[in-house]
Design a protein around this ligand. Structure first.
Ligand SMILES: [Zn+2]
Ligand SMILES: [Zn+2]
Length: 498
């Protein structure tokens, strides 16, 4: 798309190339026409666009409607890309890395055109693409009189955290809820969400994983039955929905602009949020200026832990699980040069003994290993002894869902896995081993998450967690330390039963 300016110096889209037509990025500034209150604006467009910042292709209204709302000051065109001294900045994802831009011959502007590769999966932002947002009146806040219908009970830790969340939402402050694996963090949000909705606020829960979006959406719908929950992930159909309650993958935040008064970021330490600064940028853009951010994590990053300790980020810790039993403390066990043994199709004696012991006591076993290649070898070794009761699963495995389901159903008893199952998967009475715990992949937080798979259920609140290693690492020691400290804190604070 190209623009020229008319006699009133406002932008007019044009399909014809001429000496006056330019890409939006070539205008030194973008005129914003005066807001004309007499203009009969389109309320559907208002509801659709408010709180978002979208490409023209993402707006299902005729281009004339969009242009007329711009001319009467009801929506804004912004640059998609802006030039810097050395390259470009993508205004949607914040990318400034020169290697993450490319040029192509663009059919919209019929010229060489630079675009952002970093957020391309959400549609192309290029030099000739405006980002479009609503600048007219806000849709009038409806009285969201949605009653919470949940009558479960909160544990002591959950209750205190729930009060803190409520307080943060009411005072528009930010909060980190550091809840150990199995503490039950979702329930901690219910009261706060209810209060936000009743004040006409918009709430979004953003989480890195699509699985979690799909699991949370029906749960929230159940506790807020009158509420339509907008559920957004790559490929979902809910984009048109304008609900005050949204559940989305973190990537979807790139489409929002000043939309959410309460933004809840789940698993804030998890891939990809922690390693992709674009998502942090997106979260800041998606939140209203005086809004609240609630971060949830079982294993906050070192940076966030520092902010928590220094008091820059107010933090509430839930140190105990819902069932009030201590977290299983992992044991370290040296297993020699295990890689050499695996090459000879053998496992270290103590590892094999550990597997046999739990297997003959009829307990399911998770065995974490560092990479896919080793996973395949180790799975084959275990199959020689335990046959079809063994399965191996990794991130690129097409049968991943079925394999996890078989393990849950007890059809397989030993599941060898890479770190993909470090979060989320809960199986009663599972015993957890890590073979090669010294590998770089097993960071402090990965190890805490892995250990957090054990002892989750009421019937089996403990479990045997072993870190088999060929040389202890700082990360192994810190992980065990972190778990011990949580247990200590839980005991001292009366969050645990003796
Ligand atoms: Zn971008
Ligand atoms: Zn172009």
């Amino acid at each position: 798309m190209l623009f020229c300016t008319n006699e009133n110096k406002i932008l007019i889209p044009t399909n014809q190339e001429s000496e006056h037509s330019k890409k939006i990025s070539d205008f030194p500034f973008i005129p914003h026409p005066q807001h004309d209150t007499t203009f009969p604006f389109n309320q559907d467009l208002q509801h659709y666009l408010h709180g978002k910042r979208l490409l023209i292709d993402e707006i299902p209204f005729p281009s004339e409607t969009i242009q007329s709302h711009y001319q009467y000051g009801f929506l804004k065109y912004d640059y998609g890309l802006t030039a810097t001294k050395v390259g470009q900045t993508c205004q949607r994802c914040g990318n400034i890395n020169v290697n993450l831009f490319a040029s192509f011959h663009c059919s919209r502007c019929n010229q060489e055109c630079t675009y952002c590769r970093h957020c391309i999966m959400m549609g192309r932002v290029s030099e000739c693409t405006p980002l479009i947002s609503w600048s007219g009146p806000k849709p009038s806040p409806r009285a969201y009189n949605y009653k919470l219908t949940w009558n479960g009970t909160l544990s002591k830790g959950q209750k205190l955290a729930s009060d803190k969340v409520l307080e943060a939402i009411q005072n528009n402050t930010s909060l980190l809820v550091w809840a150990v694996c199995g503490a039950g963090k979702t329930e901690v949000l219910f009261k706060g969400i209810e209060s936000a909705l009743s004040q006409g606020k918009h709430v979004c829960i953003a989480t890195p994983r699509t699985d979690v979006v799909l699991e949370l959406s029906p749960r929230l719908h159940k506790v807020f039955p009158d509420m339509e929950v907008a559920t957004l992930y790559g490929g979902s159909e809910d984009r048109m929905k304008n609900s005050p309650l949204t559940i989305a993958t973190t990537h979807q935040l790139l489409r929002y602009y000043r939309a959410f008064d309460t933004l809840i970021i789940d698993e804030v330490d998890a891939f990809p949020y922690s390693i992709d600064p674009a998502l942090e940028y997106a979260a800041n853009q998606a939140q209203t200026e005086d809004g609240t951010k609630i971060y949830l994590s079982a294993t906050p990053s070192k940076k966030m832990q520092r902010e928590a300790r220094s008091g820059r980020l107010s933090t509430f810790i839930i140190p105990a699980r819902y069932h009030r039993k201590p977290l299983p403390v992992p044991a370290m066990e040296w297993c020699g040069n295990w890689e050499k043994r695996v090459k000879k199709s053998k496992l270290p004696g103590n590892v094999l003994y550990w597997v046999q012991k739990h297997h003959s006591a009829n307990r399911p076993i998770f065995l974490f290993v560092p990479n896919i290649e080793l996973l395949e070898k180790i799975t084959a070794i275990l199959k020689m002894q335990f046959g079809e009761l063994v399965a191996g699963v990794h991130a690129k495995d097409r049968k991943r869902k079925e394999k996890v389901a078989d393990f849950r159903a007890g059809k397989t008893r030993i599941l060898v896995t890479t770190t993909i199952l470090e979060r989320g998967v809960t199986v009663a009475n599972v015993q957890v081993g890590v073979l090669g715990a010294e590998d770089n992949l097993f960071t402090e937080s990965a190890l805490v998450q892995i250990a957090g798979r054990a002892g989750r259920s009421n019937q089996h609140p403990d479990g045997d967690v072993r870190f088999f290693h060929y040389g202890r690492t700082r990360e192994i020691i810190n992980a065990i330390d972190q778990i011990r400290r949580m247990n200590y804190r839980a005991e001292k604070g009366g969050f645990q039963d003796g």
